[in-house]
Design a protein around this ligand. Structure first.
Ligand code: ADP
Ligand code: 5SP
Length: 503
């Protein structure tokens, strides 16, 4: 038997997954690392910790799985998107990486909009959002000019780890799409956008396809992990592209709901010339010539995690969510908006914060829990509705991530979305998509879809229930009005915010 390894470089941890030719998971290892949040809205990580964590997870995986290391044929990557890693000419890291959930760059977003106007959407297919990479580059240029002057090349998080494992600098389309520097439809860096901000083209790493073979492991990495130095390394993809691959979202009509730290609803798109007017993210998929359109809730699982940590730290998730069964839709008249670190879709707003609306003396923990879970799901329905409004006929979704672990929540997704929700048999998230890119790269399958047919199985389907669906439709209208009523209030409150740990 031969094997591949998928590595998912997440925000809180790196996970390495060993998968055999039949798609069976033969081992798993992970290592966590801290988030550095020195000021409100600032979120950074030390790239060296990603490398140490990845090498250590690979070592544990190889040691504990008991498989013959020489039987591992390929490795590939999935990674948290948008993060900025700056390297000097000697390939030293110049500063901590600035992450996707860092919102310090509102001013740079306005600068990008005024410099490029409609050309930004024409070329990069996305509007300027704080989380994306170009605003981060401009922030460093403006606030840390000495650091910027030393920058020779920039990399995205998983591309940096892959560079350290192989010695080869490269980026790939699916992650490059989240920088605002890619001509998304043409799959090449946009010389126009780079020039508009005085960025030398040499700062942009060479681009390859997600399944491209980018070399083999460096001898010292092979020694440290126990893998042979002949193991083939494939470029990999953005975590959402890999999450979609790992859930089999590989043809027109397929839609994914992922509730991790952030939450996304994304649909496969077969063409690059589709115009969503910037209301959704539009990125290159992990498959050649394919794309996806996606809405993002910044704090999806993170809202529930925050609520649990703050108000029920000793209650396990399963026990906390049992309350979903005990209270009817609407949580006794309580609504929650999950804007606790700002929002992206449909309200690109770094200043907005969350609300509980309708608190009543009768409300208890179970009502608040239900309101939080409903609010997260309503937020994702806003993305779903934009996709439907743009012509996507969405009657079913595959649900993944921590939020898919709870069956009451999966049923709620069916009721709120008005669509069938499919649960996967062995849900491994983006690490499985990365393993599939390696399997495809190794030539085990003729396409990612052929690989998905072997690797991915659906286990259960949750169908919408009419009575609940009607109640949620009424609640959703109330939910949608909360943003407009709380926007100015939050602008006034922003000055009182303290630094907080995020995501
Ligand atoms: N048993 C559970 N039931 C429902 N939600 C859960 C459960 N366990 C974790 N979660 C939610 O899933 C989130 C983590 O999901 P995960 O996919 O692991 O995220 P990430 O990959 O972004 O770290 C947590 O923030 C939490 O809200
Ligand atoms: O910013 C985005 C997508 O645009 C995020 O999806 C990040 O790519 C990481 O999210 P988690 O997987 O950690 O929730």
């Amino acid at each position: 038997m031969s094997y591949v390894i998928g590595i998912d470089l997440g925000t809180s941890a790196v996970k390495a997954l060993l998968v055999d030719r039949d798609g069976r998971v033969r081992g798993e290892a992970s290592e966590s690392y801290p988030l550095i949040s020195e000021k409100p809205g600032y979120n950074e990580q030390e790239p060296e910790r990603w490398v140490e964590g990845t090498v250590s997870a690979l070592r544990t995986l190889v040691r504990d799985s008991g498989v013959e290391p020489a039987a591992v044929e390929g490795v590939s990557f999935s990674g948290q998107m948008h993060g900025l890693v700056l390297l000097d000419a000697e390939r030293n890291v110049l500063r901590n990486a600035i992450l996707w959930n860092d919102t310090r760059t509102t001013e740079q977003c306005r600068e990008i909009e005024s410099a490029l106007g409609g050309r930004l959407l024409d070329i990069a297919k996305n509007r300027a959002l704080e989380g994306f990479t170009l605003p981060k580059l401009l922030w460093v240029k403006r606030h840390e000019p000495e650091t910027f002057a030393k920058a020779d090349v920039f990399l995205l998080p998983k591309d940096y780890v892959r560079y350290r494992l192989t010695g080869r600098i490269a980026s790939e389309y699916s992650d490059a799409a989240g920088t605002l520097l890619l001509d998304v439809a043409a799959r090449r860096w946009s010389a126009d956008i780079a020039a508009a901000f005085g960025l030398p083209e040499s700062l942009l790493p060479p681009l390859v396809a997600p399944h491209a073979d980018v070399g083999t492991l460096l001898p010292d990495v092979a020694d440290a992990t126990g893998l042979p130095s002949t193991v083939r390394v494939f470029a990999g993809g953005a975590d959402n592209a890999c999450g979609a691959i790992g859930a089999g979202i590989l043809s027109e009509g397929e839609t994914l709901c992922s509730i991790g730290t952030s939450g996304v609803v994304l649909s496969y798109v077969g063409r690059g010339d589709v115009d969503y007017g910037g209301r959704l993210h539009f990125f290159n998929h992990g498959e050649a010539d394919a794309y996806y359109a996606m809405g993002v809730t910044l704090a999806a699982g993170y809202s529930l995690q925050w609520f649990k940590d703050a108000f029920a730290p000793h209650v396990p998730f399963e026990a906390l969510l049992r309350g979903l069964d005990e209270t009817p839709p609407g949580a006794g008249g309580l609504l929650f908006t999950p804007y606790i670190v700002g929002e992206r879709t449909p309200h690109p707003d770094a200043t907005i914060r969350g609300s509980f609306v309708g608190m009543d003396a009768s409300h208890r923990l179970a009502h608040f829990t239900r309101a939080v879970v409903e609010g997260i799901t309503f937020s994702l329905k806003e993305s779903l509705d934009i996709l439907r409004g743009a012509g996507h006929d969405i009657r079913s979704l595959v649900s993944i991530g921590g939020g898919a672990k709870n069956e009451h929540w999966l049923q709620m997704q069916a009721d709120i979305f008005g669509a069938d929700i499919h649960k996967l048999e062995s849900e491994q998230g983006p690490a499985m998509g990365a393993a599939m890119l390696a399997a495809y790269g190794c030539g085990w399958f003729g396409s990612l879809a052929e690989c998905a047919a072997v690797f991915i199985k659906r286990s259960r389907t949750f169908r919408p229930r009419e009575e609940q669906r009607a109640a949620y439709d009424r609640l959703f209208r109330a939910y949608q009005s909360v943003y407009g009523h709380t926007r100015e209030l939050n602008e006034a409150l922003a000055a009182f915010r303290k630094p907080q740990a995020q995501a």
